[in-house]
Design a protein around this ligand. Structure first.
Ligand code: UDP
Length: 141
């Protein structure tokens, strides 16, 4: 299986709940390594740019408002099959549909305040990591 990198964001709801460490434990428990990390309070322009692919969706404005409502924790994760593995740890977009024991089932309240973001494919992962981290701030481990 290929070693991949993926972009993860712990969203404002989960940062406010003080569960950054619990979520990092799940990454580590699944064999994913943190290779870049920083906390940020995103500007509107940064959040709109990050979610540009969803610009035409009805939830776009609410999503941007939510993502700038407080600080987030942004990290790049590395490991075997990291993109799918992180999506598996996250659970379904709607926490009510997320499998028991997933991050969203355990820490998310609703489809819009759903605790975490994770890249969905190799190309988006590369673009999303580059969006937040210059190559010099990603550390091979
Ligand atoms: N979202 C929302 N309402 C919806 C669908 C999505 O607020 O009906 C938000 C939600 O925060 C989700 C994000 O938009 O995480 C991106 O949606 P996507 O379908 O890419 O879900 P994800 O990949 O995050 O599971």
């Amino acid at each position: 299986m290929a070693i991949e990198r993926t972009l993860s964001i712990i969203k404002p709801d989960a940062v406010a709940k003080n569960v950054i460490g619990q979520i990092y434990s799940r990454f580590e428990g699944a064999g994913l390594k943190v290779v870049a990390a920083r906390m940020a309070h995103l500007s509107r322009a940064e959040a709109e740019g990050f979610y540009a692919v969803h610009k035409a969706r009805p939830f776009f404005n609410d999503l941007v408002e939510f993502m700038i409502s407080g600080p987030v924790m942004i990290q790049a994760l590395e490991g075997e099959n990291a993109i799918a593995k992180n999506r598996e740890l996250m659970g379904a977009t709607n926490p009510k549909e997320a499998a028991a024991g997933t991050i969203r089932a355990d820490f998310a309240e609703s489809i819009d305040a759903n605790a975490v973001h994770g890249s969905d494919a190799a190309e988006t992962a590369a673009n999303e990591i580059a969006y937040f981290f210059p190559a010099s701030q990603v550390f091979a481990r």
